[in-house]
Design a protein around this ligand. Structure first.
Ligand code: HGY
Ligand code: MN
Ligand code: MN
Length: 412
């Protein structure tokens, strides 16, 4: 057992995580949605941390926080390290934030060791990874890859606020987005460290692991319309109950997603109208999130779910419409970087485990700019998107040393 009084890198990581966790839009729980006041506060804190670490730091037109350390050769292709500081609702404090904090701690460690990297290193705190507030997804990292779709600025949140208006209110610049696109020739790679958000590392008693690929995602919004009626008078066989229909459709999604061990399908949101105890539900709007490491399998799974839901709707005399609004491709990690991560993990005495990511990450977008790779960090019970999300001080320290050793190999 490592001497708990030591672990300087781990202590630094946990202190910064604690600090960032104070920035929330909700009382009593951590919710930090893209371009919210809490996101702005967390971005400002991250900016201070980056500048304290000696990085030349700024907040870009889309709200990402970027810090740059020049290398011995300022013109050499730079190494990018990053993750996201936006969160889901009632989130854990490590999802995303850990990867940003680890990047800053590694810069501090390089300086403490008097190491000047051969090339520039940039640390980036992205802001739109969770796709919770707006219909956009990974927009701030896709912007660096030159793939920001101007239509995303017209996306609206539940209150009808557009990305454009929220961005201006945040202090961003809708007219400065195109200039964020980076020249691929100027970047040697992107590294992201993230909690695993699953149980595999814990099951193998490993503190860190190496990501082989990131699963593809389809997200869609579905609408079922039946007929409101008196809950006490309408006979069961004469109803067009929208919620009873959606209950069957949720079962279809669950059953279809379960047909393979490497696919998942989730209905995370369902809004019922009119939502009264004695009224037969007239309308339900719900979401579908379907994932697989294989894009053809994912598309076939979504099609199966839709076909069965259409049949259920016809049988029940309700209408069913569904529109996908986000498609994220399955993304293999760069083999060269993966090999360097494996060397680093072995160097610090950890058996290298390679595992796929069921969660999406900014690395999916960044893989369109430059070679990208990820390290996973064990989290207790694999719990995430939940305030119970946790990692140990020792694993925080191990993750920092694994990233530090990886960076030393890449920028030697
Ligand atoms: O949903 C995801 O995979 C990620 O946590 N945004
Ligand atoms: Mn995340
Ligand atoms: Mn997440």
């Amino acid at each position: 057992m490592t001497d708990q009084t030591n672990l300087p890198l781990g202590r630094r990581v946990m202190a910064m995580i604690e600090d960032l966790a104070q920035h929330t839009d909700d009382v009593g729980r951590l919710t930090r949605l893209y371009l919210s006041p809490a996101h702005r506060a967390a971005a400002d804190t991250t900016l201070q941390y980056m500048r304290h670490a000696g990085l030349d730091a700024y907040i870009d037109a889309l709200g990402s926080v970027v810090g740059r350390l020049e290398g011995r050769d300022p013109s050499a292709p730079a190494l990018l390290i990053g993750s996201h500081i936006d969160s889901v609702v009632d989130a854990g404090r490590y999802d995303g934030n850990l990867g940003v904090v680890l990047g800053i701690v590694v810069i501090e460690a390089l300086k403490a060791e008097g190491i000047v990297p051969s090339c520039p290193i940039e640390i980036i705190a992205f802001g739109d990874e969770e796709n919770v507030r707006f219909p956009t997804n990974l927009s701030t990292s896709y912007a660096l890859a030159g793939q920001y779709d101007a239509n995303w600025l017209d996306g609206r949140d539940a209150d009808g606020v557009s990305v454009r208006d929220a961005l201006i209110q945040f202090g961003g610049d809708p007219n400065g987005i195109a200039a964020l696109a980076r020249d691929p020739a100027r970047y040697r790679g992107y590294l992201e460290v993230h909690i695993e958000q699953g149980p595999q590392l814990e099951a193998r008693d490993l503190p860190v692991g190496i990501v082989s690929a990131i699963n593809g995602i389809t997200r869609a919004r579905a609408h079922v319309i039946g007929e409101a009626g008196h809950a006490g008078t309408v006979p069961m066989n004469m109803r067009r109950d929208a919620l009873a229909a959606v209950a069957e459709m949720i079962g279809i999604a669950e059953r279809t997603g379960s047909t393979r061990t490497d696919t998942v399908a989730t209905v995370g949101v369902a809004q019922v109208q009119p939502g009264a105890i004695n009224v037969i539900p007239a309308r339900v709007d719900f979401t579908l999130d379907a994932r697989s490491p294989d894009d053809a399998v994912r598309h076939a799974m979504v099609q199966d779910i839709v076909t069965e839901c259409e049949a259920a709707a016809a049988r029940r005399g309700v209408s069913f419409t569904i529109e996908p609004f986000m498609e994220s491709p399955a993304t293999p990690m760069d083999k060269g970087l993966v090999a360097q991560l494996e060397e680093a993990v072995k160097f610090i005495g950890i058996e290298p485990m390679h595992l796929a990511s069921g969660a999406g990450h900014d690395a999916v977008a960044m893989a369109n700019l430059c070679p990208s790779a990820m390290l996973f960090v064990r989290c207790k019970g694999g719990i995430s998107h939940n305030p119970a999300e946790s990692i140990t001080l020792e694993d925080a320290d191990t993750a920092a040393r694994a990233l530090l050793e990886s960076v030393k190999r890449i920028v030697a």
